[in-house]
Design a protein around this ligand. Structure first.
Ligand code: AHG
Ligand code: MN
Ligand code: MN
Length: 336
């Protein structure tokens, strides 16, 4: 049998430090700590039905969404891991109204800022469908002490790293530091994330469209026309396309990253900024998808160029295979 070298996430991160000649290893250490917290959360996700971890807690977050028990648990795990690691000065989380400055001795010179959606797709927890975690890392802009709001409100182009964890039929961690995208599958036997998807590239074109089509009537004209285009019969362009939508951004985008496709959460007249949050959903995915060769747009302009003004601000998003995103932008332009 041919010997296969197993590369764990921790080995890979250390190996990649040499891509950054002046690195002092803090980003590596932070990424490794996120990997540890992800394994802890994974453990709870895997036994949620047995451990009384299904269902809502009875509280709402700032966006008026019901918090699930696992939302709260995952949030606590990531915040405590990020606060204790000594490399993070402030955290912005979907589950906390304000940003959380990290105030302790080991973090007083911390350089990094983390924006996180601790549990994405939490409406899917109780029905045993895939859920995830999304994170984004910036360098601080404030000079010292605990981090502040201004550290969190940076453009997506300033991200130094971003990633997601998918708790699916297997658990994977996928991340980028701006030099391509790599994916690691958790081997439950050894409890380590191992490199399984090196240098991930998104197909330039695809035949999957992912959107909550129940909202069709509310979509902008250009998006409606694109959906009709997807449904037309044209074997030369692989149409009709397949419609695939789980309702977990992580799961929908992970599939489309591997297979080729486009994911859309557009604005409607009632929700002019769409639903998904810029700092901890759209920007990290925009960075990952662009690094894999895809494209992330509001429908009119690049997601990562938006200047944030609010921790929980939303943006419409059209993200995925470059040729598909280009096509939708064209439909949107033409409908105006
Ligand atoms: P979260 O569970 O973190 O609040 O995110 C849910 C998001 C996202 O994962 C998904 O793509 C979208 O909400 C689904 O929204 P609809 O149910 O409106 O389609
Ligand atoms: Mn989410
Ligand atoms: Mn969430």
């Amino acid at each position: 049998m041919a010997l296969q070298k197993l590369i764990t996430l921790d080995q890979f991160i250390i190996e990649k430090e040499k891509d950054f000649p002046y690195s002092k290893g803090e980003l590596s250490s932070l990424l490794r700590n996120i990997g540890v917290a992800a394994r802890v959360v994974n453990w709870e996700v895997r036994k949620a039905g047995l451990a009384g971890l299904l269902g809502a807690v009875g509280t709402e977050n700032i966006q008026g969404e019901q918090q699930q028990k696992l939302d709260v648990y995952a949030n606590e795990q990531f915040i405590s891991a990020l606060s204790a690691c000594g490399d993070v000065c402030v955290i912005a989380s979907e589950e906390n109204d304000e940003c959380i400055p990290v105030i302790n001795e080991q973090s007083k010179n911390a350089k990094y800022v983390v924006c996180i959606d601790p549990l994405d797709g939490s409406g899917n927890i109780d029905v045993n469908a895939s859920i995830g975690t999304i994170f984004s890392i910036y360098r601080r802009v404030s000079l010292s002490g605990p981090g502040r709001l201004e550290d969190c409100l940076q453009k997506g182009t300033e991200q130094v790293a971003a990633g997601y964890v998918i708790y699916g039929s297997s658990t994977m961690l996928v991340y980028t530091t701006g030099k391509g995208v790599n994916g690691f599958t958790l081997d439950p036997a050894i409890g380590a994330f191992c490199l399984s998807h090196p240098d991930m590239k998104m197909p330039q074109d695809g035949a999957i469209y992912s959107i909550n089509e129940g909202n069709y009537i509310k979509f902008p004209e250009g998006v409606k026309k694109y959906i009709k285009y997807c449904q037309e019969n044209d074997p030369a362009t692989n149409r009709p396309f397949s419609s695939r939508y789980i309702g977990s951004m992580v799961a929908d985008l992970h599939r489309n990253l591997l297979r080729g496709g486009v994911f859309m959460y557009p604005e409607t007249a009632k929700t002019p900024n769409g639903k998904l949050r810029l700092l901890y959903e759209c920007n990290p995915f925009a960075f990952i998808i662009e690094q894999a060769g895809g494209k992330a747009s509001t429908g009119k302009s690049r997601i990562m160029e938006i200047v944030p003004t609010d921790l929980h601000q939303r943006t419409p998003i059209i993200i995925g295979s470059t040729m598909m995103v280009d096509k939708i932008e064209e439909f949107i332009r033409e409908a105006e």
